[in-house]
Ligand binder design. Structure first.
Ligand code: FEO
Length: 392
């Protein structure tokens, strides 16, 4: 694809990656993604913001063919999907300086072996004049690594945000046209890479509040012509109270745990609690991460296998522990054949979750009447706790 004009002397460059289905060999990308770079031509200086994943380098280098001079390249983030083609760009424009935070400089040297003399580091709030356009660098750590920053283009009121506010969507629409679709993709993206750092990101959001942002141009997905939409969504994901919902990741081998799951879901719904249920044997793990953004309670359903939780349930517990969602309560349900340490093992896997553990319900073999009664009690306890906390 050729470069596309956003405003006078401001261009989208980069690549739409329609076929990528996995990020970091972990994160599912059902809708592909894009790597957005941007070119700004000031009256005196020209700047390239970020680059593209090395697999797409040829596309960016092709777009730069008609660009005779670049004075600065800005690296908002050291991760290679944005920085990976910077060495090629610097080779083409040997006089260009690479602008980054001090922390990103070290990481870019480590990851890409960029020579130290190429760098100019910028402090939080520092500005750079391109002649008739002015850039301001705002440090916004942990969106998504500790070294990240964003760039504010003062005259045009555009915020170039890199991973911050991004979404994994491959499309030819440069601007957001379907906010519902983007909300889902951006929430998935937030859940997978930013949720654990939300307390710091809350401060990043606060820092951006004084700016009269007319457009947000991220480095994945579409440009936001109505920034309030995505800023409000982030506020909800980060600062909003948990919702009156249960996330129920489970796995079942011989249907006993599945019977318990079905019963508990029904018992919760009867008591006015919403449930999102995921069969870990087949689920898209990104959907599970997304459900964790707002849920007040997590219930893990697992059979006992080799004296412990099923490996898929252990994976879900590990993931939840790493993502550190805002859930306040957790329980475990499942069936066992003769014994084991399922509850102890799972409980030991979630030290980062600040949750109250509600008594688990484990049954021997297929669930009996007494087990269903225990599930009713579990549902009642969860509903009561949500009510006490005014989770709606
Ligand atoms: Fe899109 Fe953290 O890189």
């Amino acid at each position: 694809m050729k470069a596309r004009k956003i405003k006078d002397r401001i261009y989208w460059m980069g690549s739409v990656d329609w076929d990528r289905r996995l990020f970091d060999s972990l994160v599912p990308l059902p809708d592909g993604t894009s790597y957005n770079a941007y070119l700004i031509e000031g009256s005196e200086k020209t700047v390239l913001l970020d680059s593209v994943d090395p697999a797409m380098a040829d596309e960016l280098m092709g777009q730069l063919e008609g660009v005779s001079r670049i004075d600065y390249v800005i690296a908002h983030h050291a991760e290679q999907d944005h920085s990976g083609t910077i060495p090629q760009v610097l080779e083409k424009y040997p006089d260009a300086k690479l602008i980054s935070t001090p922390k990103a400089k070290g990481m870019l040297i480590d990851l890409l072996r960029i020579p130290e003399e190429s760098f100019i580091t910028v402090e939080d709030g520092e500005t750079l004049s391109l002649g008739d356009k002015t850039l301001k660098f705002i440090h916004t750590p942990w969106v998504h690594w500790p070294e990240t920053m964003v760039t504010w283009l003062e005259e045009d009121k555009i915020l170039f945000s890199c991973d911050f506010f991004g979404s994994h969507i491959a499309t030819t629409d440069l601007y957001v046209t379907d906010e519902g679709r983007v909300h889902e993709a951006a929430k998935r993206y937030f859940a997978e890479i930013m949720m654990p750092f939300r307390n710091i990101i809350a401060k990043d959001l606060e820092k951006l509040a004084p700016y009269d942002i007319e457009m947000i141009a991220p480095s994945h997905g579409q440009i936001y012509p109505r920034p309030a939409f995505i800023i409000d969504a982030y506020r909800d994901w980060i600062l909003g109270p948990p919702r009156n919902t249960v996330v129920l990741p489970y796995v079942s081998m011989h249907e006993s745990t599945r019977q318990m799951v079905d019963y508990l879901v029904s018992a919760l719904v009867e008591r006015g609690v919403g449930v999102e249920q995921f069969d870990l044997a087949v689920t898209d793990i990104g959907k599970l991460a997304m459900a964790l953004v707002n849920a007040a309670t997590i219930v893990v359903g697992t059979p006992t296998v080799l004296a412990g939780p099923h490996p898929y349930a252990a994976y879900a517990a590990f993931l939840a522990n790493a993502l550190r969602p805002k859930a306040k309560f957790l329980s475990i349900i499942g069936s066992y054949g003769w014994g084991g340490k399922t509850v102890e093992t799972l409980a030991g896997m979630i030290p980062s979750l600040k949750v109250e553990v509600i008594d688990p319900v484990l049954c021997k073999g297929v669930p009996s009447e007494g087990d269903f009664k225990a599930l009713d009690e579990l549902a009642a306890t969860i509903a009561e706790k949500h009510k006490e906390n005014n989770f709606i």
